[in-house]
Ligand binder design. Structure first.
Ligand code: GLN
Length: 447
């Protein structure tokens, strides 16, 4: 049924880069057989799940929507892919994204645009735009994405689906093509909170292949969804409702907060004073890490190699010149500059200090509040081309999501209404480290 749906809408949505239909049908048949044999199957068995194209899939092209990785077939699966395969999940295909996950609209894809299923003149958000659009359009039941500065939550908000960025370290990053390693985290997109919790159950957990993955007990995230939220203390960070945030967005988010009050939760406004510096710190730290991570694309080890070059050095240069898009080149230049001798202390080190201050703002808030609620994005989905020539405007779409990554916290975006253009509005629920259960409970209460 999902492939029928893809047939029907994919020409307009363009969520996928690559379909894995043959493998998927094979997998579905295996689940059918298990059922016919009276075997027990897992809750996710047979469920169609789409994968962002920065998740390594053994023998299946993985490009991060970059020309530099054209034709690259990883020799191994990402841990999350292995885990889903072990549950007999049906993996539908690889979804479009901003090249190397750098962007907020999927317009930075080196391959093609993806269109928002609510209005195909608009962007689906990014960088996991293909995954969000696939779930919104019924081209997958669940999808996985990655979130470095908002890339799951922002497209989830723009496409009217649930999207969750887990605590840094909860989900293994092994096999996720690295963008900014201290910020990247894999998470699910789903149509509702229950499916999101279910997906998290199967991707979370310690992995010895990722030294930053945390060894701790993983609860059943679906078990306490309907837990009582009365008496819960909600903080509403005032900096997330300031200038630049659309009035309709604010109003919808406030309505949801009042709804939680009716359910017995208490709310108070709170200040996270260093919020304003989040974007600047992020755009030093993320490009710095990216400039180092992307050094490996040299035309020797992966994908594309220029055939226009004489000699090794020229081959490196031409390969990177031809293979990377403008935004990726911009980030590499910003990052190498911020890390260079003489500038390191002024930029990179300073940004790391600001990162600590931002984390401390959250620590103080979570000493008092169970969760924080804010808009996910300043506006609803914008039109294709609206911000693609203005990187700074594009960067501002992540103003509400970036501080969460800098602090390594978990957060979820869920729909909380529509604006006057009938476009979905996203609400962000932020929790303390490893408070995924609490976040999901509040989200479930609002659904
Ligand atoms: N839009 C932000 C960026 O371009 C965040 C991307 C992400 O979370 N991968 O860096």
């Amino acid at each position: 049924a999902v492939y029928d749906r893809i047939e029907e809408v994919e020409d307009n949505v363009q969520a996928y880069l690559n379909l894995m239909k043959e493998e998927a049908i094979e997998q579905a048949k295996k689940v059918d057989q298990k059922l016919a044999d009276g075997e027990d199957i897992n809750p996710l068995a047979g469920i169609p799940v789409a994968l962002k194209d920065n998740l390594s899939t053994e023998g299946i092209e993985t490009t991060c929507a970059s020309k530099i990785l054209e034709g690259y077939q990883p020799p191994y699966n990402a841990t999350v892919v292995e885990k889903l395969a072990a549950e007999d999940v049906v993996m539908t295909g690889k979804t479009n994204m901003d090249e190397f996950a750098m962007g907020s609209s999927t317009e930075n894809s080196g391959i093609k645009n993806t269109y928002n299923p609510w209005d195909i003149n608009r962007v689906p958000g990014g960088s996991s735009g293909g995954s969000a659009a696939a779930v919104a359009a019924g081209e997958a039941t669940i999808a996985l994405g990655s979130d470095t500065g908002g890339s799951i939550r922002q497209p989830a908000a723009f496409c009217g689906v649930v999207g969750m960025k887990p605590t840094y370290g909860l989900v293994s990053r092994y096999g996720l093509v690295a963008f900014a390693s201290s910020l990247d985290q894999i998470g699910p997109f789903a149509k509702d909170v229950t499916d999101c919790a279910l997906a998290l159950n199967y991707i979370a957990g310690h992995d010895e292949m990722d030294s930053t993955s945390v060894d701790r007990e993983i609860p059943d995230y679906t078990a306490n969804l309907d837990g009582d939220i009365s008496g819960m203390k909600i903080g509403v960070p005032e900096e997330y409702f300031g200038e630049g945030i659309d009035d309709e967005v604010k109003e919808s988010v406030w309505n949801a907060i009042e709804q939680l009050e009716e359910l017995g939760a208490e709310y108070e406004e709170v200040s996270l004073p260093h919020t304003d510096y989040g974007l600047s710190a992020y755009y030093l730290i993320a490009p710095a890490e990216a400039s180092s991570n992307l050094a490996r694309y040299d035309g020797v080890r992966y994908g594309h190699r220029s055939n226009q070059a004489n000699g090794l050095i020229e081959m490196f240069k031409k390969t990177r010149q031809e293979g990377f898009g403008d935004e990726v080149k911009r980030r590499i230049m910003l990052g190498t500059y911020a890390l260079s001798s003489g500038y390191y202390d002024a930029y990179y080190k300073k940004a790391q200090k600001v990162r600590t201050l931002i984390k401390e703002d959250f620590d103080e808030a979570f000493a008092e509040y169970d969760i924080l609620i804010s808009p996910t994005t300043p506006t609803t989905a914008f039109e294709i081309g609206d911000k693609s020539n203005d990187p700074l405007q594009m960067y501002l779409s992540d103003i509400c999501t970036i501080p969460v990554n800098l602090a390594g916290l978990p957060a979820l975006s869920m729909p909380c209404g529509v604006d006057s253009n009938d476009l979905p509005i996203g609400l962000q629920i932020i929790g303390d480290h490893f408070a995924e259960e609490k976040i999901l409970q509040v989200a479930y209460a609002l659904e």
